[in-house]
Design a protein around this ligand. Structure first.
Ligand code: KIV
Ligand code: ZN
Length: 386
């Protein structure tokens, strides 16, 4: 089994389903070009039958990019697959992503059907999509809550029908990492033809486990991860691309790799946030405003002595200029001395003690002490100003 993890980006499909995040076709093409530059392997460009706009976007993206596979979502229905095939006809490499519910909850309450019937419909959909001449990925919706033996029989049947990729979504974000990993391992061990397909993981973040579950699934044997930029997506979101990619890069011990050009991560995160009018939370891993900023005295002192004391990722690796030291009432002398030095003032010993006392008075009044505040502070400290 190869150790390369295929990155399947669904920002423009699962991500774009978020209310208020809809993009116009030109904007989607713009994002798709940036995803191509980032190095993703698959772009899920939309759900072509869902609206004329999505149909046109899938055509536009198919024309605009050349390296990534372009994928269109369908239900296990003839009209969906026909429309997706039509939209994907300009793609250098197109993929139809079709599927149906696999959990008893979905089978009973969504499809009002039986295990036998959904399995049959899934197999039919894969064969029909395959007959259109595209790669086919099958999703077993709500696989995270499905009966394992039934899930295995469904996966085996759709691979026999021609599925190239089998997606095992934790649609409701229900799974725990060790149990999701066991699910994937069970499929690896119990589906006789599993070697003929790539296993894909697609996790939602309802319990905040999306990245942990995705990594667990990769450890269990999946080789494709379905992700979105900034983790945007239905409800609490999808797995975030940047978290998975940087986890794989940071934990060399996993023995896995991706082809993502990580130094482009911050730029595309900002682009998607701006275009989708979806601010990135400041403490968001990898791309949040505070991800590389240090504010407490103990951390600032340790960081200034040796960055690795408090940083496991070099900010330049994800396209962030540099780490920042934020001056607040929790900052210590080391950070103040460092910032004054950057402003051209070398201050030590008793002078530093003196200016630090005045600094704390300002810091208690203000949330952040800026360079301008320091310039005024220096000007009002006779021993330095003179
Ligand atoms: O979460 C999910 O199950 C999905 C499928 C349509 C792939 O998004
Ligand atoms: Zn999803």
């Amino acid at each position: 089994m190869s150790n390369k993890i295929q990155i399947f980006d669904t920002t423009l499909r699962d991500g774009e389903q978020v209310p208020g995040c809809q993009l116009a076709t030109e904007e989607k093409i713009n994002v798709a070009r940036e995803l191509e530059a980032l190095g993703v392997d698959v772009i899920e460009a939309g759900f072509p039958i869902s609206s004329p706009g999505d149909f046109l976007s899938v055509i536009g993206i198919s024309r605009a990019v050349k390296d990534p596979v372009v994928c269109g979502l369908t239900r296990a229905k003839q009209e969906d697959i026909d429309v997706a095939a039509e939209a994907l006809r300009y793609a250098k490499r197109g993929r139809i992503h079709t599927g149906i519910g696999a959990s008893d909850v979905h089978i009973k309450h969504k499809f009002k059907s039986s295990r036998e019937q959904v399995l049959e419909q899934g197999v039919w959909a894969v064969k029909y999509a395959k007959s259109k001449g595209f790669e086919v990925e099958f999703y077993a919706e709500d696989a995270g809550r499905a009966d394992l033996a039934f899930l295995a029989s469904m996966v085996e049947a759709v691979i026999a029908a021609g599925a190239d990729v089998v997606n095992i979504p934790d649609t409701t974000g229900y799974c725990l990492p060790h149990l999701y990993q066991k699910r994937i391992e069970y499929l690896v061990e119990n589906v006789s033809n599993i070697h003929k397909a790539v296993i894909s993981v697609h996790c939602h973040n309802d319990l905040g486990m999306a990245t942990a579950n995705t990594i667990a699934g990769l450890i269990g044997g999946a080789r494709q991860a379905e992700v979105t930029i900034n983790g945007i997506g239905e409800r609490a979101g999808n797995t975030s691309l940047e978290e998975v990619v940087m986890t794989v890069k940071t934990h060399k011990d996993l023995g896995l790799y991706t082809d993502i050009k990580t130094e482009k991560i911050y730029g595309i995160s900002q682009l998607v946030s701006r275009m989708m009018r979806m601010p990135v939370q400041p403490n968001k891993a990898i791309v949040g405003k505070n991800a590389f900023s240090h504010s407490s005295g103990i951390h600032q002192d340790g960081f200034l002595k040796h960055a690795e004391n408090y940083e496991i990722i070099n900010p330049a690796d994800v396209g962030v200029d540099c780490s920042s030291i934020v001056l607040t009432a929790r900052s210590g002398r080391a950070a103040l001395r460092h910032r004054l030095e950057l402003l051209g003032h070398k201050v030590e010993g008793a002078d530093l003690d003196h200016i630090y006392e005045n600094f704390l008075i300002i810091a208690d009044e203000k949330k952040n002490v800026t360079d301008n505040d320091l310039v005024v502070l220096v000007a009002n400290t006779p021993v330095l100003a003179g």
